[in-house]
Design a protein around this ligand. Structure first.
Ligand SMILES: Cc1cc2nc3c(=O)[nH]c(=O)nc-3n(C[C@H](O)[C@H](O)[C@H](O)COP(=O)(O)O)c2cc1C
Length: 377
């Protein structure tokens, strides 16, 4: 379970940040908790061009890919701090990031009421149509006397507070997991029939089982992403060691939500050209994750030419480039031996090879982390 914890203040020293750091440590076996800072965001302003707000995009993206959100709010004049309000505005403006997102509210303040009035307001805001979150009901973490709550190492000193946190977090854990199950299994009342993986799909040129289609896409040496005709991210192939790492909870996002602002104009131009029919294909070559990556966007159309969506076809072509350099396409002296030689050159299989592959995969992942910005294409 992956959670983000929003520090609801822009102050450098904050008891609420301490509280989240404590929760991150105390609940480390139950969840991976990443702290997010509203102080990194510009004050919300509708006139600021969203396309230039990389920090806002990053913040939105982190929240979006999390299974749940914890918000720690201080109390300023019986309300939440302006910096937190501003952060929530960024999360709701042009985005549905918080929609149906499980949220747990906690807070610590100097006063004895432990942010109760700020929390009440926050709860109300989170239920507004543009935030529309699923706020954990029934549990409250209201910590007063902030200055006495933590020792010098950041541990909570009052056992009652620890028990309150544990009970509330256990309720939140269950709440988030049931939400995750719902997202994975879908709503039983959905009108769309559930198709068995054994079901066959009949094409003009043959038939395939659903599981065969899935595995063919996953086995292709190129990864596939599909944006549907309403500009929503509809599908990605689950190829091992993808160049662009995707997550299941990104499915259904709009093009705006799943691309960093600086990449958006380029992507938008491609989709518009495909829809108008002025282009059918756009190709790009770029270094990514230490690989020579070839990216192709194709307009996918039905038999009558009507636009169905855009397929992004991406792969590392370093091996092909080397084959060309080595003259492998210039004619084999012996076609048969060429073929068998190629077999020998093929990827090894077996336990030892899979350990190697795992090592490669790890390297690939960490390299990708350094190039997160390039998620764009
Ligand atoms: C502008 C301002 C207004 C405050 N109003 C309240 C208040 O209404 N109730 C309260 O209990 N504490 C109030 N406080 C004190 C905060 O609880 C205290 O500063 C707390 O440490 C803030 O949380 P933080 O340490 O996470 O920033 C206020 C503090 C500031 C700076």
């Amino acid at each position: 379970m992956k959670l983000v914890a929003i520090v609801g203040t822009n102050a450098d020293f904050s008891y609420n940040r301490k509280l989240l750091e404590y929760m991150k440590w105390h609940f480390r076996n139950a969840a991976e908790i990443e702290l997010l800072e509203v102080k990194q965001l510009p004050p919300f302003n509708e006139d600021l061009p969203y396309s230039e707000q990389t920090e806002v995009w990053r913040f939105n993206n982190k929240v979006n890919t999390a299974d749940g959100v914890i918000i720690a709010t201080p109390e300023y004049d019986h309300s939440i701090p302006a910096a937190l309000k501003s952060g929530l505005e960024w999360l709701s403006y042009k985005h549905t990031t918080m929609k149906e997102k499980p949220v747990m509210i906690v807070g610590v303040s100097y006063g004895t009421q432990g942010t109760s009035r700020a929390q009440q307001q926050l709860r109300q805001m989170l239920l507004s149509p543009d935030l529309n979150s699923d706020v954990l009901p029934g549990s409250e973490v209201l910590i007063g006397n902030a200055a006495k709550t933590f020792d010098k190492n950041g541990f909570v000193t009052d056992i009652n507070v620890v028990h309150n946190l544990e009970d509330s977090f256990a309720a939140f854990n269950k709440f988030v997991r049931s939400n995750m199950r719902y997202l994975e299994e879908g709503d039983d009342n959905m009108t769309e029939p559930h198709i068995s993986s054994e079901a066959k799909v009949q094409f003009r040129t043959g038939s395939l089982k659903v599981k065969e289609i899935q595995q063919i896409f996953n086995t292709l040496p190129f990864e596939i992403d599909f944006i549907d005709d309403t500009d929503h991210f509809a599908y990605y192939s689950d190829k091992p060691n993808r160049e662009h790492v995707r997550y299941p909870n990104e499915i259904g996002e709009t093009v705006e939500e799943c691309h960093p602002p600086k990449a958006l104009p380029g992507v938008r131009a491609i989709l518009d050209a495909f829809k108008l029919g002025t282009k059918d294909h756009v190709e790009r070559c770029l270094p990514l994750n230490g690989h020579k990556v070839w990216i192709n966007y194709f307009a996918v159309r039905d038999e009558n030419g009507r636009y169905l969506g855009t397929m992004e076809f991406t792969g590392n072509v370093g091996h092909l480039v080397n084959l060309v350099k080595d003259g492998k396409f210039d004619g084999f002296p012996d076609a048969t031996s060429g073929a068998s030689k190629h077999d020998d050159d093929g990827e090894a299989t077996g336990p030892a090879a899979s350990a190697d592959a795992e090592a490669d995969a790890t390297t690939g992942a960490s390299e990708h982390d350094e190039e997160k910005e390039d998620k764009t294409e």
